[in-house]
Design a protein around this ligand. Structure first.
Ligand code: GLP
Length: 283
C-alpha cells in the first residue's frame, strides 16, 4: 500500500485536543457534545448477555447491512457467538441466506506473528466460533493479517480497507482488565488509529489461557484498530461479564476520560450501550 494513498482517519470533532486531555474536565466550549453516559442493560448472567447481544447482532445484519460490523474476541464473546449460532439456525432459510450474502465484519485485532490457521490466532477463533457455525464466506469476516511480516504496513492497509467501506456501523467491544478496548493499551488517547501495538505484561497474562497458560507464549505485539476507528462507529455495544470486570467498568464511565484508561474515551461517543451481567455491574 503506497503511504500516499492511505486514507487518514481523524478523531471525531468532539474529541479533546490530544495535547490537552484535560479539556474534558474543563468542559471547554470547543468540545461538541461533551461527555455522554451510556445506556446500561443489566442482565442476570453471561448467558443472558450473550443472547441479547446475539439478537442485536443478527438484527443489525438484517436491518442495516450497509455498514460493516465491528467484532471482538475473548472469553466474553464466546457466549455471544454461541447464542448467535443458535439464533441463526432458528431463522428461515431466506433470512439465513440474506445474512450470509450481506455479512461484512472487521475484527478489532490480531496477534503479530500468528498465521490465520494458527489455532491461537483470532482468525482461527473467529473461524470456529462464527464462520463455520453460520457458514459464512471466510472473506466476509475480516481481520488484520498477523503473519505478513510488516505489521505497520498491514495496519495501514486494514485501516484503509475499513475506511473504504465507510467505517463501522455497530461495534461490539469487550474490555480488558487494564481498561483496554481492542488492544489499545494504556496510555492512549482517542486519536490513535489502527497500528501495531506492544502488549502489556498484564494483557499477555490475561490472554495466556489461549496459549497453554504460559504468558511467555503470548505474542508481545498485535495489530489493533485504534480508538479513532472505534469512536467513529455509529453505535457501540460494550459487553462485560463477571466480577473481575466490575472495577474497570465502573472507572471507565464514572471517572473522567483519561489516556490511562482507554475505555473511558467511550464517554465521548453519543451512542454507547453497556450490556453487562449483575456481577460486572457490582451486583
Ligand atoms: C483481549 C482482546 C479484547 C478483549 C479483552 C478482554 O485483549 N483484544 O478485545 O475485550 O481481551 O477479553 P476477555 O473477554 O477474555 O476478558
Amino acid at each position: 500500500m503506497q503511504k500516499s494513498c492511505v486514507i487518514t482517519t481523524k478523531a471525531p470533532n468532539w474529541a479533546p485536543d490530544p495535547s490537552d486531555p484535560c479539556a474534558w474536565l474543563r468542559g471547554t466550549a470547543t468540545l461538541e457534545g461533551g461527555r455522554h453516559s451510556p445506556q446500561i442493560l443489566r442482565l442476570d448472567d453471561a448467558e443472558a448477555v450473550g443472547e441479547q447481544v446475539a439478537e442485536w447482532l443478527l438484527a443489525s445484519r438484517l436491518a442495516d447491512p450497509n455498514l460493516p460490523l465491528g467484532l471482538a474476541t475473548g472469553r466474553t464473546m464466546e457466549p455471544v457467538y454461541a447464542a448467535l449460532a443458535r439464533q441463526f439456525a432458528q431463522r428461515s432459510a431466506a433470512e439465513r441466506q440474506r445474512v450470509r450474502q450481506q455479512w461484512c465484519s472487521f475484527n478489532l485485532d490480531e496477534y503479530v506473528g500468528l498465521a490465520p490457521r494458527d489455532p491461537r490466532s483470532f482468525a482461527a477463533t473467529m473461524a470456529s466460533q462464527l464462520v463455520t457455525p453460520l457458514q459464512l464466506e471466510a472473506q466476509s469476516v475480516l481481520l488484520p493479517r498477523g503473519d505478513g511480516g510488516d505489521p505497520d504496513a498491514e495496519a495501514l492497509r486494514y485501516a484503509s480497507l475499513l475506511a473504504s467501506k465507510g467505517g463501522l456501523g455497530l461495534q461490539i467491544l469487550g474490555i480488558g482488565a487494564n481498561g483496554h478496548v481492542g488492544f489499545n493499551e494504556p496510555p492512549c488517547g482517542p486519536e490513535v488509529v489502527c497500528r501495531c501495538v506492544a502488549l502489556t505484561a498484564s494483557t499477555r497474562d490475561a490472554n495466556a489461557f489461549a496459549f497453554g497458560g504460559d504468558p511467555d507464549q503470548v505474542p508481545d505485539q498485535a495489530i489493533s484498530l485504534g480508538l479513532s476507528e472505534i469512536l467513529n462507529a455509529r453505535r457501540i455495544l460494550l459487553v462485560a461479564t463477571g466480577r473481575a470486570k466490575a472495577e474497570v467498568l465502573r472507572r471507565a464511565f464514572e471517572e473522567s476520560p483519561t489516556a490511562d484508561l482507554p475505555a473511558s474515551w467511550l464517554q465521548g461517543h453519543p451512542d454507547v450501550t453497556v450490556v453487562a451481567d449483575a456481577a460486572a455491574l457490582g451486583g
